[in-house]
Design a protein around this ligand. Structure first.
Ligand code: 4AD
Ligand code: MG
Length: 480
């Protein structure tokens, strides 16, 4: 029987003979075992009967050893648990010799655990994170399904650079140490599997647009890849992205969707994973005990999540953001590392100021300068008080994380798009089909991408993105 099932509804099972299997989380006096099987935060107390369990089995009961125990479920006399299993047989399914096993029954650093990706999911912290990660993924599909969207599988290998940022991993079957060459000495992609240069996708957006202009409302949810060499706590080379794309939506519909979607995901976890959230909340409080007050979170984890779902996101334009930042204390005191100037991208420190100091809630920034955004974003009309050209782009910024969503209304006007692509050096030949989508039966449409791991980080309160994906791909890290 699964341990979660027993703990959730123990009354009818008291007196029954049950078999449980799981990993030893803790044991006392070789008699009391706290057993966890991954189904929940809970452990079942297994009480070993010395007279019945052979010595050699008892000796192998150690931290994270895997055991199978059978016995009667009884109400527990001890404090801390409702029931316990009086085991009359214990079988060692997998011993874990404590002399050699690298994990120890104490709080170990996240850095250390990252090197032990094959064992870290057995810890309380990581099992909580990965159950929640699952819960968020499930809620993504539920949200879109319930709202009439179709899940679309966009390709992983593609010939186009959706962001035009050149941060792609090449995919080729050519022998890179000795590739075939043309007479001019260039690599001859005719001999490549795809007969052209291809890469791992940076975003499924362009193909999702094809879907939206046929099915109306679609979304993708898949792995995306970026060869950006940023060693930060928010960047992965392989991350999962959710990208809804909707025909007939403008930037304001897009913002409404983004806000509603984020709140739905958070609510789903608040409603279904309270034990995990309480554990993670407590974990953060323990970590922060010895920190100076200004480094601690303003609110607890669960309190933060509730606050976000209960309040409207702030909505401002990029131009507002620049004005706010230039009038801010840190700007005037020269505390920002990067300058704030209309036309320059907002840096993480600026985003954090807006979200954590100025508004203290999620903020949606829209209408960014055209020059710093991707070619597909829709050009805005000139606006008063705005010094340059802007596009209908939006970023959703979250406390403690920064950008969780980037999106836009798409340029549906063929002539405007062509001019923009030429300006940004995006070749028409490579995106001929994207242009034809505008030429034949085009429509206004909009969409965005939510960085899945960043949302998992926000909901679990984990400080480093490497700790919310089982096998993080970062520079120099592809062991597992
Ligand atoms: O802002 P980005 O680059 O937008 C796009 O890719 C659009 N094509 C999406 C769309 O409109 N359909 O990425 C979207 C989100 C970011 O806001 C961020 O949350 C996440 O993806 N992201 C990353 N997450 C982890 N590691 C990285 N290296 C990331 N790069 C972007
Ligand atoms: Mg972005």
């Amino acid at each position: 029987t699964e341990i979660q099932t027993i703990l959730e509804d123990f009354k009818p099972r008291v007196g029954q003979e049950l078999t449980v299997m799981g990993w030893v989380r803790a044991f006392r006096s070789n008699r009391f075992i706290a057993l966890n099987d991954g189904t929940s935060m809970g452990t079942l107390q297994v009480v070993v009967d010395f007279e019945q369990i052979p010595e050699d089995v008892l000796k192998q009961i150690s931290f994270h050893a895997c055991i199978k125990a059978t016995g009667k479920l009884v109400e527990s006399q001890g404090a801390g648990q409702d029931v316990e299993l009086l085991a009359d047989t214990v079988e060692i399914l997998g011993a874990a010799n404590p002399e050699e096993y690298p994990m120890q029954p104490k709080v170990q650093s996240l850095e250390f655990l990252r090197e032990k990706a094959h064992f870290r999911m057995r810890t309380n912290t990581f099992s909580a994170v990965f159950r929640i990660r699952h819960g968020i993924a499930y809620a993504v599909h539920k949200y879109y399904n319930d709202n009439g969207y179709f899940y679309m599988h966009t390709p992983i290998i593609t010939g186009s650079d959706a962001e035009g940022a050149g941060e792609m991993f090449r995919v080729t079957n050519l022998d890179i140490s000795n590739p075939p060459r043309t007479e001019e000495g260039e690599v001859d992609f005719k001999e490549d599997f795809f007969e052209k240069p291809t890469n791992l996708t940076v975003s499924g957006q362009l193909q999702a647009e094809i879907g939206a202009l046929a099915l109306g409302k679609v979304y993708t949810f898949g792995p995306t890849f970026r060869a950006e060499n940023s060693n930060t706590s928010r960047h992965l080379a392989e991350f999962w992205m959710i990208e809804p794309e909707v025909a007939f939506y403008d930037i304001f519909d897009n913002m409404d969707l983004a806000e509603d979607f984020c709140k739905y995901l958070i609510n789903h976890i608040l409603e279904n994973y309270s034990a995990e959230l309480e554990f993670l909340d407590q974990r953060i409080q323990n970590l922060e005990k010895n920190m100076p007050k200004n480094e601690r979170r303003a609110m607890g984890l669960i309190e933060t999540l509730r606050f976000v779902v209960d309040n409207d996101f702030e909505r401002i334009t990029y131009t507002d953001a620049v004005n706010i930042l230039r009038n801010s204390k840190p700007y005037k005191k020269g505390k920002f590392e990067y300058d704030v100037e209309w036309g320059k991208d907002l840096q993480a420190e600026h985003e954090r100021y807006l979200v954590e100091k100025k508004f203290q809630k999620p903020v949606i920034v829209r209408d960014y300068p055209a020059s710093i955004k991707a070619f597909y974003m829709r050009m805005n009309d000139e606006q008063e008080g705005v010094p340059g050209k802007t596009v209908a782009a939006m970023d959703v910024l979250f406390p403690g994380i920064g950008e969780v969503i980037g999106g836009s209304q798409r340029e549906e006007r063929l002539d405007v798009l062509k001019t923009r692509m030429a300006d940004m050096n995006v070749h028409e030949e490579e995106l001929w089909w994207y242009l034809e989508l505008r030429k034949f039966g085009g429509a206004p449409h909009a969409g965005f991408g939510l960085g899945f791991e960043r949302m998992v980080q926000f909901i679990t309160g984990m400080g480093n993105i490497r700790d919310v994906i089982a096998f993080p791909r970062t520079p120099g890290n592809a062991e597992f």
